[in-house]
Write a protein of this length. Structure first.
Length: 568
């Protein structure tokens, strides 16, 4: 039509197709949808920006890059181990190692009972088999050849514990009305331990089946407290890298993110400045050890307490290993440092009565500064069809007999007995430290880690392989603890070890001389490393563990070991 401009056909079609694709309906609805998307993206970006900033604040730029490099290397090496050819070879070597363990743990020449006997055995037959099982070939803990493991309070106490156990064999604390004596004893055990750790008025506690459960419950209570009082849904806790691995277990079980903090030389205590940098609004728990298991070092609990008070975060002190020794250090005349409820920032303490309290295995306590804090570990179900259910911890039924034996132990040994035990055990540890530092052989090769104040003495090797030394001691009948990160070993002094510590020191000197000679021979023959057949159990396991960026192979070996523990 004259005077009228017409749009080209191709352009008009394109315009129409755009109009068809444009969202139809109320423009306000379209705007709301875009706004919603932008808000979601904004919060997603804010969440990850905050995580990155927390990471940089806590670890620093260099530390963050190192952590990123380590994680990347671990992941890539994991992919490498899963490659078809590599995976087959690794599986073969793991199976060979597990088969070797099986020959030691499950000897082939034993009679096995895999089904119930058709007719029950006589009491005499049962006793005879029990005696055979009790005397199976084992490391002689009775003679003091085992580090830690068995915290023995002498034969007379053992007899008393057995008698107490027998009187309460069927007792179950879940029924306090049926077994009032057990309820009374359990409450008194907790009260005695609270007193030992200078608990303030209003403090409370529970008993557990061991140090791991005590730590698990402390972490659970901290998580629940953080959620109830501060609305924390992504809980985090900060602990020394030397803290007991039960804290890492708690992190996995209860979905608490774990931040590990270095314990640098020479003190080997947790770096409190790094702890402070890692604290954020999701932090529900700080942790210190008194002492830690690997090196026997007491962290700077006073500094942690001040930090906990300032940031209003619970502080747990793990005294499981120190148990009935650390409270008596000062009275026994030994060097000590503050660690208990006298420090205002300490909110929970775990203490194993089955270690240096000499109670039977299966006894520990968890102490709280307040009853309100303790209530966060309780489980209550008011609507179960079986009735209202309440339990203080993870277990329902518990062995009242163990509580009775624990109570009998504490009442029998008493304050004076534990003071004497502290003098003997810690005194022996200090004698061992002096021997290592003064012996020309030991001082030249071994280096004590930190300043051990309690019963554990840990040391590294200056020139030799510490795991070869550990294997050499094993060959002499000793069962000592091999450590890693850094490679080391330790002796946890007990009453039996206190009687034979000089034999331990002299055997250590002999083993070091033997390893020196082996090293001289290897050098003379031009060998750079031990042959495969030469490596002992400790050297083989920890040599592999230390050399791999990804510990998947070690995990497989550990799982295989656990499987063997249940192989009849």
């Amino acid at each position: 039509m004259p005077g009228t401009s017409r749009m080209p056909v191709s352009l008009r079609e394109s315009f129409n197709s755009v109009k068809k694709r444009r969202p139809q309906g109320n423009p306000l609805q379209v705007l709301n949808l875009d706004l919603f998307r932008n808000i979601v993206f904004f919060f997603f970006l804010l969440r990850w920006t905050r995580k990155v900033l927390w990471k940089l604040k806590g670890r620093g730029l260099l530390g963050t890059l190192v952590e990123l490099y380590t994680d990347t290397r671990r992941i890539l090496y994991g992919y490498f181990l899963r490659m078809p050819g590599v995976r087959t070879q690794v599986r073969k070597q793991v199976n060979e190692a597990i088969a070797k363990m099986q020959t030691k743990l499950v000897p082939a020449n034993q009679t096995r009972y895999l089904t119930l006997p058709k007719e029950g055995w006589s009491e005499e037959e049962v006793r005879k088999e029990l005696e055979a099982l009790a005397t199976m070939d084992h490391t002689r803990w009775e003679d003091g050849y085992v580090s830690g493991a068995v915290y023995h309070g002498e034969d007379e106490l053992l007899k008393l514990q057995t008698e107490a156990y027998g009187k309460f064999t069927v007792a179950n604390p879940i029924h306090p009305d049926v077994f009032p004596g057990v309820r009374k004893m359990e409450a008194e055990v907790v009260a005695m331990v609270l007193s030992l750790f200078n608990a303030p008025p209003g403090a409370a506690g529970v008993s557990t089946i061991g140090g791991t459960e005590s730590i698990l419950m402390a972490c659970l209570a901290a998580r629940q407290k953080g959620y109830a009082e501060r609305g924390i849904t992504e809980p985090e806790m900060i602990l020394p890298e030397t803290a007991h691995t039960a804290f890492r277990k708690a992190g996995e079980y209860f979905k608490i993110k774990v931040h590990l903090v270095a314990c640098p030389a020479p003190a080997h205590q947790v770096d409190v400045r790094r702890v402070s940098r890692l604290i954020n609004k999701n932090t529900v728990l700080l942790v210190g050890s008194a002492p830690n298991f690997p090196h026997g070092i007491i962290d700077d609990i006073s500094a942690l307490s001040r930090l906990a008070l300032k940031r209003k975060i619970p502080l747990h002190v793990d005294c499981c290993l120190g148990s009935f020794l650390v409270p008596f250090l000062e009275k026994a005349g030994f060097e000590t440092t503050p660690f208990d409820f006298r420090l205002k920032g300490v909110t929970t303490i775990s203490c194993d009565t089955h270690k240096y309290g000499f109670a039977p295995k299966g006894n520990s306590t968890l102490l709280y500064r307040t009853q309100e804090h303790r209530a966060y570990q309780y489980f209550v179900d008011p609507s179960w069809s079986g009735g209202v259910y309440a339990s203080p911890g993870m277990a329902g039924s518990r062995p009242g007999a163990l509580i009775a034996a624990c109570w009998a132990s504490l009442m029998s040994v008493g304050e004076s007995g534990y003071l004497r035990a502290c003098e003997e055990i810690v005194g022996t540890a200090k004698k061992l430290v002096d021997r290592i530092r003064e012996s020309s052989v030991l001082a030249a090769e071994l280096e004590i880690i930190g300043n051990p104040l309690v019963s554990v003495v840990a040391f590294q090797a200056r020139n030799l392989d510490i795991y070869d030394i550990a294997d050499g001691m094993s060959a002499k009948g000793w069962h000592l603890n091999a450590l890693q990160n850094p490679p080391a070993m330790h002796v946890a002094v007990t009453m039996p070890i206190a009687k034979v510590w000089e034999r331990l020191a002299s055997d250590l000197e002999e083993v070091i001389e033997m390893e020196r000679e082996k090293e001289r021979v290897r050098i003379a023959e031009g060998k750079k490393a031990k042959g495969k057949a030469e490596a002992g159990d400790n050297a083989a396991l920890y040599g592999v563990a230390g050399s791999l960026p990804n510990k998947g192979v070690v995990v497989d070996l550990a799982k295989g070991f656990l499987d063997l523990c249940y192989k009849a």
